[in-house]
Design a protein around this ligand. Structure first.
Ligand SMILES: [Cu+2]
Length: 118
């Protein structure tokens, strides 16, 4: 996890550096990307994986419903994926540092997670 964070942060610094030197803005669109999957197994029950994810500011996180059931991603601060069917994705870009807890509105507290943005 630490290594991943460092490499994402490094990529972010590279993007800023490229912007300062006049590179197209598109290359600085985000510090990186990350994926949270959702699913079910007998040990964890309904889960988001990873349950806790730390990313640099500017990261776009893709929530991937790889499970056979419908799920949703509802953030306490507002953004809401709505009902996500099997094999659908939803993304949120995090533009400010903070702790962003969320849960699945269908399965409740038992299926929850948090994105920590630094
Ligand atoms: Cu769910």
């Amino acid at each position: 996890m630490t290594t991943l964070y460092r490499s994402l942060a490094y990529a972010g610094l590279l993007s800023l550096s490229a912007l300062a030197h006049g590179a197209p803005a598109a290359t600085a669109a985000g510090a990186g990307t990350a994926v949270v999957s959702m699913g079910y197994d007998t040990t964890r029950g309904m889960f988001f994986e990873p349950k806790e994810l730390t990313v640099p500011v500017g990261t776009t996180v893709t929530f991937n419903n790889s499970d056979g059931s419908n799920h949703s991603v509802v953030f306490k601060d507002g953004p809401n994926s709505g009902r996500m069917k099997h094999h659908t994705t939803w993304t949120r870009t995090f533009t400010a540092p903070g702790s962003y807890p969320y849960e699945c509105s269908i399965h409740g507290k038992a299926m929850s997670g948090v994105i920590i943005v630094k």
